[in-house]
Design a protein around this ligand. Sequence first.
Ligand SMILES: [Zn+2]
Length: 267
Amino acid sequence: MPPPFADEGIVLRRVDYGDTDRILTVFTRDHGKVGVLVRGARRPHSRLGPAVDLFSRCTIQLAPGRGLHILTQGERRSPPWPGGDLLRTTCAAVVAGAVDALLEDRHPDPELYAQVAATLDRLGGSTHDARAELAWFARATADRLGYRPEIDRCVACGAALVDRDAVFSPARGGALQGRCAAQEPAALPCRATTLRVLRCMARDDRPTFDRLRWEPRLRDELEEILLSHLAHHLDRPLRAMELLRRLRPGAGWPALAGGETPPPPPR
Ligand SMILES: [Zn+2]
């Protein structure tokens, strides 16, 4: 049997197993995605259980097993997750579900790891707009995977897109305008404002993005475009994404997203 090894990881998924155990899916920095058995995690005074909470970042020591590794030590590295915040928890579930779907087992990707850790830190705090943060993550992840959305040229005819309303087709991987847009009835609305924000994100212009005023329609459009675009490349639907749609203001649920009021989108 190989010796135990230490790593840092993020808990993506958690299921109860047997009377007191848990099985976790952990995205580790140096060993990629692994399955981990936590013996006695659900016992009242378990030392290991609370150390490896859902969406938390932790240092762990694992004893390699035939299928699952066995957790032998664990210590949480991030603040406790704000579990009572349904919106933030749903956004984190979308991140975790997407990463779980995208990663193959035991293929390390330290760069993606750092991106997921930073996203969950911001989602777990209270100073960032959770849904804007999720949109940023979806765009950055699509870019990393080589699925950069096309927002400079119409994906049907190749004409340069101008500063006016467009539509976005997740199936075609980009935006369309004019006559081409009219021929794509299933495409998503992408108003001129939303197109500008997508271009700001494509430039990796985080300072401008952080100063945006998130009026609900802009946020909804951006989220639908970027999550649908990413989901198009996943091999399974994400239930958390559907829940997130139902949490939108106007979807019949109370508005949960707090909004700051800095300047309007860039031109
Ligand atoms: Zn066109």
